[in-house]
Every structure is written in structure tokens, then in C-alpha cells.
Design a protein around this ligand. Structure first.
Ligand code: ADP
Ligand code: MG
Length: 698
């Protein structure tokens, strides 16, 4: 769009400097472009009138038409209010205002016919409305039929500056009059034709002032398509450009790896693991830097894929590191991989926050000299003192746990050639979200569990049935199995949760005096945690009482029961993660979700979903719908989700279509140089320039 849309709002008729400043401060609206793109958040059907007698409590906003029959100011000071009666042929409605009483008292007229618009509530069987909108019925308005836009505004603007939704509506209406002739088409004629899109100017007119529902739907579709199209176009271009510009180390020698496959590897890879390893290998041969996201449900066997990738690096004289979000997980990776590394004569180190200084110094030196080929660790890896001789591959496990700034640090560990990057996550990201959050990454998916795994049986039990649940635990332990009991941990109320946990531990100890019980929580030192974990892993304890610190990655195949206390307090993805701690061995595993009787609707949906399905991707989709994309892990910091109109939870189809459209265009015309892509090129050029944002990549 042209410069016209950068005009400051103060120049719009009737706005002026003071109101423009308020709009900027309160609503983030500064320019014509901002205002025209602040779409209504809903519409009121002003075509339908209700009879007063039909009003009831469950209605949302409705309108009635009636004559004002008397009004009265009641009370004093803060209790002062204006009460009026509006009557139609069917009955009478009481309307009340607590604010703006003096003003209203002056302007509303007895015996005048009004359209009264608001949310009805019943009081002693009689309908009332607080703070309705009033509009005089005039000849002209009586016959009008339209959907009225409703705009977001702030309490401050509404109450102190009379900038309510209606005032914004008038500004938008004034703006559209002068702006529409300035609007240029942003999509190519071919796209408009292919997807049957409304033109840009009409879409803007209709999104604000729809003539009817059908035109509104078409306007919405057009604007969503455009928005998602440009997000995808940008991501796909970044991806392409990076492939062209960034060199990567080539790993084509695989002697040790072959040895590993033939002699040491304890099981056959699943088809999905093989496919993913092949995808990674192809990247390693390509001479371009790899940026790959590996998604795989809990227990799908990502670790071995990581290790095999690290072996490829080692075979080619490059170092690699595997970074985990928690000490427990780093330790487990280390213990698991060390066995293989030793047999292969590979020097594998571990670096975490609790590594003693002496050991640390030695590690640093070996990494600098290149005598240590592989490093497993936590955030401690990121410290500047950790320098590699030739870091060729960095792997981040459960990446959503890492902050943006931390991730970008790993890139800088090789000043000559940026290391290949593999990001692994067991939090299945819904496809729509992945396409946007990670649209510039290549994505691999392990969609198959190792053979012989039985689906976990999940049940929901109320606290009142605890005795039965405990009996079940006893039975399972008698069969030689182990049990997790998990308590919530929410960072803001750590003290409270800690109490839940310790109380829980005590009651579990009382219930099972004959058993050995481990406890792990965030307040313990790393040594204590390790000690307790090790006792559980070595089967010295039968029950592990823990907070969500065990959520990520921990692997004890003999554990077959996961009990989640106060399950209603966990998010869906988190429940699924926790459940993934069991079902790792050959035994039938169980997940028991404990709650009280009082449950919100969303909590019920979460619990029912867990009971119904083990499919992480399905769960992720439902999670996205329940919470919206903004709340999903890892998305908060991501600017890509600042969408004006599209909704990733609902607009998956449009997203897929627009991405395909963007890809098709780039395949034929990577630089958008062709005349038929002029609209698109010009639009991109008019957007604020953003550099390739490395830090966002992983
Ligand atoms: P996740 O993807 O959740 O990180 P892990 O890598 O921890 O899963 O693997 C879970 C368990 O499955 C481990 O005990 C691992 O040794 C085992 N495993 C991985 N791949 C296979 C396979 N192809 N066949 C049998 N067991 C496997
Ligand atoms: Mg894992």
C-alpha cells in the first residue's frame, strides 16, 4: 500500500492530536493503515428485533424497539444511577446506567421511540438491561438492514474519552471513504482467479461494513488468505535463501557408524527412524547447512536418531553436542549413550551446572583441542568458555524448553562454518502451527513406535476412589512393575505445590509401608535428584513421587503405571508428555488421572481426550483449539503469531492452501521477477524490512 496509509491518525477528520495520541497509547493505532486493519472482533445482527416478553437470561446481546416511558435518577454519589422504562406491545424493560448519568439525563427523551441494544438479565421475573446502547428510531434507520461492526476499545477510552466501539466505527467509516481509492491489489491476478478471492478494496469495505453474511465470509477468507500467504512466502523465501547462502560441512564418511549398526546397536530401527536418518544423511551430503525439526511422539526413539547423527559427525572429524533442558534428562542421555560411545572408542563428555570446576576445566580443554568428540549437557553448554575445535552438529532435545536467546548462542560456537542443527521435540506441534512457527525449517516426523509396544490404557478416577487405585498399585508392584505418582508444579506457587508434594509423599508412604519410595522435585540439589533417580532406575524403589521435573524424556522401561494427581491442573500436552513416561517396555502400561468431582468444562475435555486417544498429534490439535496458539509452548516469543485476522487453530485449510500457493510461485519465480507477480513483489517491498532472524529458527 502507498504512503497514504502511513498518514498519522491525527489527520483523519474529527480525530485531532489528543485523540490520536490516546488511540496510539491505548490501542496501538497510529496510522491510517493501522486503523483500517483493525478489523471488528464481532458483528451485531441489527436486522432482528426481539419482543420484550421473549427476553431471557441466556441471551447475549439483543435489540428491542420501544417507547421510553419515564426515567428517574436514583441514589447519591457512587450509587447514583439512571433508571428508565422502555415498553413495546409485549411488555416492559427496565434499563439502568451507572455511568454518564448526568449526560444521559439530558439527552434521552421521554415518549421517544428507541432501539435499545444490550444484554438482558432477569430480575424477579422482569427483564433488565444495564448500560444498553440507545438509538432513536428515525424514518431512515427504521428500514435499514446490516451487520454492525464491533471494535475493541479500552475501558479508559470508553469511559473517559467517549471513544467506544461506535466512535471507532465512525472513524473507520470516514477513513474508508478516502482510503478505498488508494488501496492497491496485493495478490496476483492468477491467485485471485484460482482461489476465487474478493479484491482487496472490496474486502476492506466488507470486513468493516458487511452488506450481508455472504460478503462478510468472502471478505474474511480473502484477508486471511492474504495474511497467511505472506507469512508463508516470507518463511519459504528465508528457507530457500539460507540454502543458497550458508555452506555446511559435508559428512560422507561413515566407518564407525557401520560398526555400530553391525555389532552394537541393540535393536532394529523402525521404518520411520530409518527414513528420518536418511533425510538427515542427505542433508549432511548436500554441502548446505541443515536446519531440521524432528518431531516424534514420546517413546518414538528420537535419541538413537540423534546419536546416529552424532556418529556421522564423528566419522568426519567433527564434534557434536546434544543439549537437554534438564539435568535429569542430560544425565539420562549421557548414561544411555556412554555405553555405546565407550565400545566405539568415542570420547563423550557431560557438562551441566553441577559439573565440578576441575572436571569442567578438563572438558573445556578437550573440547578446544578436539579430543572430545561428543558432548551432552544442559544450558551449561552455552557458556562462552565452552569452545569447540570444530563443532559440526548441534542437537537440541525437547527444544520448546529453551529460550530464544539461548538457542542462537549455539550457532556461534563454530566461527568458520555454522554447525548443522537438529531440533527435536516430543510435543507434537499441530501441522498448522509447525508450518508457521517452523515454516523455514525442514521437518522430519517419526510417526511409528518401536514394535511390540502396547497402547497405554488411560482412565480417569475421582479422589474418592483412591483406595481402589492404591490397590491397583499394590497389584502392579507385586508383578514387579514400578509406579510414578506425579504432583502439579506451577512455578508461581511453588510453595503450595511443594506442600502438595510432601503431603502426597507422606500419604503414599503411609499407604505403602512395605515399599521403597523415591522422591524427586525441583528443590533438590542435582546430586540428590540423581541419587533418587538412580535408585528408581535400579529398581531399588518401587514408587517415584515427583513433580513435573520427570516430565521430559526420562526413560524407565520397567515403570508401567503413571498416576497424575490433580490432573485437572495440567495442560493437555503436559498430560500426554507425562503419560509418555510409561509404556516404554513390553508390559501393559496404565495412566490414571486423579481429580476431585469439581471440574471445569475445559478440564473435562482434556481428561476425556486423554482417555480416548494416545495420538500425540490429535492431542496437540485439541490443545491448540482449547488454548489458542498464543499459549502453546514455545510460541509466546514468536512474532509470527501476531496475526491480524487469521487464526491458526481454525484456519488450517486456508494456511495449507496459501502455503502451497506461495511455494508454487517461488518454484517458478524465486525472485518474484515476472511481471505477473508485480503485485506481490511491490507489496513485499512495501513491508517493513526484517532481516533473517536466526534466533527464531529453532
Ligand atoms: P523419545 O523419542 O521419547 O526420546 P527415546 O529415544 O527415549 O524416545 O526411546 C524410548 C525407548 O525406546 C528407549 O528405551 C529406546 O532405547 C527404545 N527404542 C528406540 N528405538 C527403538 C527401536 N527401533 N526398537 C526398539 N526399541 C527402541
Ligand atoms: Mg527423548
Amino acid at each position: 500500500m502507498s504512503n497514504f496509509f502511513n498518514t498519522k491518525l491525527e489527520y483523519l477528520r474529527g480525530v485531532g492530536l489528543q485523540r490520536a495520541q490516546l488511540l496510539g497509547k491505548e490501542l496501538g493505532l497510529f496510522t491510517y493503515g493501522d486503523l483500517i486493519q483493525r478489523y471488528p472482533f464481532r458483528y451485531l445482527d441489527r436486522t432482528q428485533f426481539y419482543n420484550i416478553v421473549d427476553l431471557h437470561d441466556d441471551m447475549s446481546f439483543v435489540q428491542v424497539k420501544g417507547i421510553l416511558r419515564g426515567r428517574e435518577v436514583i441514589g447519591e454519589g457512587p450509587k447514583k444511577r439512571l433508571v428508565a422504562k422502555v415498553g413495546d406491545a409485549s411488555g416492559e424493560l427496565e434499563v439502568v446506567w451507572f455511568k454518564g448519568v448526568n449526560y444521559l439525563e439530558k439527552v434521552i427523551k421521554n415518549h421517544q421511540e428507541y432501539i435499545v441494544f444490550g444484554k438482558p438479565t432477569m430480575f424477579n421475573g422482569r427483564p433488565q438491561m444495564a448500560h444498553p446502547e440507545l438509538e432513536e428510531v428515525t424514518e431512515q434507520k427504521a428500514g435499514q438492514s446490516f451487520l454492525q461492526p464491533v471494535y475493541n476499545t479500552s475501558e479508559k477510552l470508553k469511559n473517559y474519552h467517549r471513544i467506544d466501539s461506535k466512535a471507532i466505527m465512525r472513524m473507520v467509516s470516514d477513513l474508508l471513504k478516502i482510503a478505498l481509492p488508494q488501496v492497491t491489489e496485493t495478490l496476483s491476478p492468477a491467485l485471485i482467479q484460482q482461489y476465487g478471492l474478493m479484491d482487496k478494496a472490496s474486502a476492506l469495505q466488507q470486513i468493516h461494513f458487511p452488506q450481508n453474511q455472504d460478503l462478510l465470509d468472502r471478505a474474511r477468507f480473502r484477508l486471511k488468505f492474504e495474511e497467511l500467504f505472506y507469512v508463508q512466502l516470507k518463511l519459504l523465501r528465508q528457507k530457500d535463501q539460507r540454502k543458497v547462502t550458508l555452506a555446511g560441512q559435508v559428512f560422507n564418511e561413515v566407518p564407525t557408524l557401520v560398526h555400530f549398526y553391525k555389532d552394537i546397536m541393540p535393536f532394529d530401527l523402525t521404518g520411520a527412524q530409518k527414513r528420518v536418518i536418511h533425510e538427515i544423511y542427505k542433508d549432511f551430503l548436500a554441502g548446505k547447512q541443515m536446519n531440521r525439526l524432528l518431531q516424534g511422539d514420546v517413546g518414538s526413539g528420537k535419541t538413537i536418531v540423534a546419536f546416529i547423527s552424532m556418529l556421522m559427525a564423528a566419522d568426519n572429524g567433527a564434534q557434536s553436542c546434544l543439549m537437554a533442558p534438564t539435568e535429569i534428562l542430560a544425565d539420562q542421555h549421557y548414561q544411555g549413550l556412554k555405553v555405546y560411545a565407550d565400545q566405539l572408542g568415542i570420547n563423550l563428555g557431560k557438562l551441566t551446572g553441577s559439573t565440578p570446576t576441575r572436571v569442567r576445566r578438563e572438558l573445556h580443554e578437550q573440547l578446544r583441542e578436539g579430543t572430545m568428540q561428543m558432548l551432552v549437557g544442559t544450558h551449561a553448554l552455552l557458556e562462552d568458555v565452552v569452545q569447540f575445535r570444530n563443532l559440526g552438529l548441534t542437537i537440541m532435545d525437547e527444544q520448546h524448553r529453551f529460550g530464544v536467546a539461548q538457542r542462537s548462542k549455539l550457532w556461534q560456537k563454530n566461527p568458520y562454518v555454522i554447525p548443522h542443527v537438529l531440533v527435536m521435540t516430543a510435543t507434537p506441534i499441530p501441522r498448522t502451527l509447525a508450518m508457521t512457527l517452523y515454516g523455514d525449517l525442514d521437518v522430519s516426523v517419526i510417526d511409528e513406535l518401536p514394535a511390540g509396544r502396547k497402547p497405554i490404557v488411560t482412565v480417569h478416577r475421582y479422589d474418592a476412589n483412591r483406595l481402589k487405585v492404591f490397590q491397583f498399585v499394590r497389584d502392579q508392584v507385586a508383578l514387579g512393575r514400578q509406579v510414578y505418582i506425579v504432583y502439579p508444579l506451577i512455578e508461581e506457587s511453588e510453595t503450595l505445590d511443594y506442600k502438595d508434594l510432601t503431603d502426597g509423599y507422606e500419604s503414599v508412604s503411609r499407604a505403602f509401608p512395605e515399599m521403597q519410595i523415591s522422591i524427586v522435585h525441583g528443590r533438590m540439589s542435582a546430586e540428590q535428584k540423581d541419587f533418587e533417580m538412580a535408585r528408581f532406575v535400579n529398581k531399588e524403589t518401587q514408587i517415584m513421587v515427583a513433580t513435573t521435573v520427570i516430565e521430559v524424556g526420562v526413560n524407565v522401561p520397567n515403570a508401567s503405571v503413571m498416576i497424575i494427581e490433580s490432573a485437572e491442573r495440567f495442560g493437555l500436552s503436559q498430560l500426554h508428555q507425562l503419560r509418555g513416561r510409561v509404556g516404554r517396555g513390553a508390559d501393559q502400561s496404565y495412566c490414571i488421572l486423579m481429580t476431585g468431582y469439581k471440574l471445569s468444562k475445559d478440564s473435562r475435555t482434556r481428561l476425556e481426550t486423554m482417555v480416548r486417544t494416545n495420538n500425540g498429534f490429535e492431542i496437540a490439535d485439541i490443545d491448540l483449539k482449547l488454548r489458542g496458539p498464543g499459549d502453546l509452548m514455545g510460541t509466546q516469543q514468536s512474532g509470527v503469531l501476531d496475526l491480524l485476522i487469521a487464526d491458526l487453530a481454525k484456519d488450517g485449510r486456508i494456511l495449507t492452501e496459501s502455503r502451497a500457493a506461495a511455494q508454487a510461485i517461488l518454484n517458478n519465480d524465486p525472485d518474484l521477477a515476472r511481471p505477473e507477480h508485480g503485485n506481490i513483489r511491490r507489496h513485499i517491498e512495501s513491508l517493513p524490512a526484517t532481516a533473517v532472524n536466526w534466533s527464531r529458527i529453532s
